[in-house]
Ligand binder design. Structure first.
Ligand code: COA
Length: 540
């Protein structure tokens, strides 16, 4: 493949302005990530109480389990951001992928310093999404359980519906049946629903003195039966390991428990990341020729000004080498082959509004990748499909639909990163969340909505005025409507609004994106070849 020849002038005013604006975005991201880790009103008190009980902080627990000096790919660290009055940093749960003896596992670990590790609606969503990632990537799950179960004041949003509390147990049982190990370490009081996480696991370790499992805690037992009993006597590690058999192993402290867990992992007979299956093409990885940090100066500070996606690709892929498909046609989408950490990928990236030709080119390229079993990476930065009489007459609706249908039916692994705008059906055609990419990440400059705030104020005001059918509306009232709509759209298209609700698997600093994708591709490389789809390539 040929090296892409960059046209970026790193000394230009535009570059320097963009760079300084982006550095502010990454500073905000770091600040908010730190808040999720140890911030929040009154959290110091909970953290201190947790430490005073001799308990380890949730991310340190994960570090104690995973292989020394290996990365942990954490998901949706900012779940819950600005919801629940910002009282649930990270939604009280940490999820991600880490290696144990070279084998990747999904971790689902409660953070007991946030509402006693109880699960809010968004925490359940995060828990279930982690299980979905495990299923789609054929990974076992390690549960570090320290949770008060469902967050009771919001029980109606947690308990009854599909993919809520019950759905997490349904998935756990089915993951186990698929041969994906479900291992639990019990590190806190697991009550009622919370008791089923360890109880449904393949193997359970309890830590003496802190781990407890009971369907009803001491207050319920007292109310129901008049029996007065201490928590450890009711459901402590000794009772469950020596008497009930709910737990298989007892550890006297957390360190011992994680040593035992690593020992159990040695006997799960799972493929390591080094065990690459030969359907996926791989070469020795090389860093990009152009510095990934230059992305900061390329992404426009003003989102009405576009930027060339090829300049971004050149800073994400091995050797900055990019073999572009059909470069002379449909130029508002660029498609081509490249390598990320040695893995061959087909990249589809927006360079503006999607016209019929661009949609057809992308469809053709998806078919090629499907036929050749090449994973697809979508880099979204579009205001959507072209509108207007020329576009309609040119069949944009059917051409866009071909792209959407091809994306929906591709069986090769698909990954999506929002590097700019993700508007309208552009979100669908470029493999948005509804199209089930294996992973979806977003950058802190991204925006996601049906349309931009600017367009929405015009469209929605026109609709409202038409509804008023000639009733007098003053200019001031129209301006107020515009301002209200713009504010709503600005708020709801903000990347933090999106990541808070798990519309993505997390916000990434652009410079970390290549590494995150490399890890995701390494998971696909250890997996079996996906079921084959249509091998046909229709020339568009
Ligand atoms: N719903 C709502 N809030 C909960 C909760 C739950 N299920 N479990 C814990 N919390 C809150 C507590 O109210 C407390 O809030 P505060 O800090 O604002 O006072 C915080 O989490 C810490 O709980 P606390 O009881 O002080 O911590 P602990 O470490 O001593 O005990 C538990 C932890 C989980 C054993 C205990 O809180 C408990 O038994 N919770 C109820 C469990 C339950 O019945 N769940 C039903 C699940 S279906």
């Amino acid at each position: 493949m040929n090296r892409f020849s960059s046209r970026v002038d790193t000394n230009s005013d535009q570059y320097l302005n963009n760079q300084s604006a982006y550095l502010q975005l990454t500073a905000t991201l770091r600040e908010r990530l730190q808040f999720a880790i140890d911030g929040g009103d009154g959290r110091e008190r909970s953290i201190q109480r947790h430490l005073d009980r001799g308990k380890v902080m949730v991310r340190d627990r994960i570090d104690m389990v995973i292989d020394h000096q290996t990365p942990f790919l954490e998901f949706s660290t900012l779940a819950g951001w600005d919801q629940y009055d910002n009282t649930a940093p990270g939604a009280g749960i940490v999820t991600g992928i880490g290696l144990v003896h070279g084998v990747p596992y999904v971790f689902i670990a409660n953070d007991a310093t946030v509402k006693g590790g109880s699960l809010l609606p968004v925490s359940i969503k995060k828990h279930v999404r982690a299980q979905q990632i495990a299923e789609e990537n054929r990974l076992g799950v390690i549960y570090l359980v320290d949770s008060g179960g469902a967050f009771l004041p919001l029980q109606d949003d947690i308990f009854p519906d599909k993919d809520q509390f019950g759905g997490s147990f349904y998935r756990q049982a089915r993951l186990s049946a698929q041969g994906l190990p479900q291992l639990s370490v019990v590190l806190g009081g697991c009550t009622a629903g919370g008791a089923y996480v360890p109880a449904l696991s393949d193997e359970v370790i309890m830590v003496d003195g802190i781990g407890r499992i009971f369907l009803g805690g001491p207050p319920i037992v007292k109310a129901a039966l008049g029996e007065i009993i201490e928590p450890d006597a009711l459901g402590g590690a000794v009772v469950h390991t020596h008497t009930s058999g709910v737990s298989d192993y007892i550890a006297s402290n957390e360190r011992e428990a994680y040593g035992k867990l690593r020992e159990l992992c040695e006997a799960t007979n799972q493929r390591s990341v080094a065990n690459r299956q030969d359907w996926m093409d791989w070469q020795e990885p090389r860093p990009p020729h152009y510095d990934p940090a230059e992305i900061y100066g390329i992404v426009s500070a003003d989102d009405r000004i576009g930027f060339d996606a090829r300049e971004i690709i050149a800073r994400m892929v091995d050797g900055s080498e990019y073999s572009e498909f059909k470069p002379e046609w449909g130029d508002t989408i660029t498609c081509g082959y490249a390598r990320i950490w040695g893995h061959l990928v087909g990249i589809i990236a927006n360079n503006g509004i999607i016209f019929s030709e661009s949609a057809l080119k992308a469809t053709h390229f998806i078919e090629l990748c499907e036929q050749r079993r090449v994973p697809l990476l979508f880099l979204q930065n579009t205001t959507g499909y072209m509108v207007g009489s020329d576009a309609e007459a040119g069949g944009i609706a059917k051409n866009g639909s071909k792209m959407v249908a091809a994306v929906a039916n591709a069986t090769v692994p698909r990954y999506t990163v929002l590097i700019g705008g993700s508007y309208g059906a552009g979100n669908y055609g470029m493999c948005g969340r509804g199209f089930n990419p294996k992973f979806l990440f977003a950058w802190p400059n991204s925006r996601i909505a049906t349309m931009s705030a600017e367009t929405a104020q015009t469209v929605l005001v026109d609709i409202r005025l038409a509804g008023l059918r000639g009733e007098n509306t003053t200019e001031a009232e129209i301006d107020a409507m515009r301002a209200e709509i713009a504010e709503q759209y600005e708020t709801q298209s903000d990347p933090y609004y999106a990541t808070s609700r798990l519309w993505d698997d997390g916000l990434l600093d652009p410079v970390d994106t290549r590494d995150a994708l490399g890890l995701c591709l390494a998971l696909a490389a250890r997996d079996d070849e996906p079921e084959r789809g249509r091998g046909l390539v229709y020339r568009m």
